[in-house]
Design a protein around this ligand. Sequence first.
Ligand code: ZN
Ligand code: ZN
Length: 193
Amino acid sequence: MSSDAIPTSSLDTSLRFDAVDLVGRTGSHRHVERTVPAPAREAGSIAMQVPEGDDITVAVELESVVEGIYVHGTATALLTGECSRCLDPVEQDVSARLDELFMFPEKVKAEDREDSVLLEADEVNLGPLVRDAIAMEAEDRPLCREDCPGLCGHCGFRMEEDPSHHHEFVDDRFAALKGLFDTEEPAQKDEQN
Ligand SMILES: [Zn+2]
Ligand SMILES: [Zn+2]
């Protein structure tokens, strides 16, 4: 294993909450909050992510129920990325809902283990839950603004700086056709009073 494969911070270790005081005390509950640094950005297709080291704040209620510890609350963070049209920086405030039942291992049949989220050593690990919840809220195609005009498809010019920007492409085939159909009308002038 190379050492650079180890993330500088990991939600799987920073978002474990001890629930031992709630185990076996059905009906009891506890509010917990924790702010942790975001791990390194994930490579791949998630356009909007929390920059490494920025805050992810988790506020949840841990509730003891018969089957395990029920966790519900929110994860809040500021995601950053690029406008999918013009590549300008874009920010997105996210408040993602968290909702999961961490089962007591002894309450889960062996064949159901793979489909269940289990309590591990009387701890709930909110890392995977928080990561998934934030990714669900993240914009797939972020825009700096709804009507962002994007970049010129030919030269990459920022259309915002001059909406009339265009290229005079004269394709020989169309030029020939144009000659057939165009009548020599003078360009109409705008009549302004
Ligand atoms: Zn844009
Ligand atoms: Zn252009």
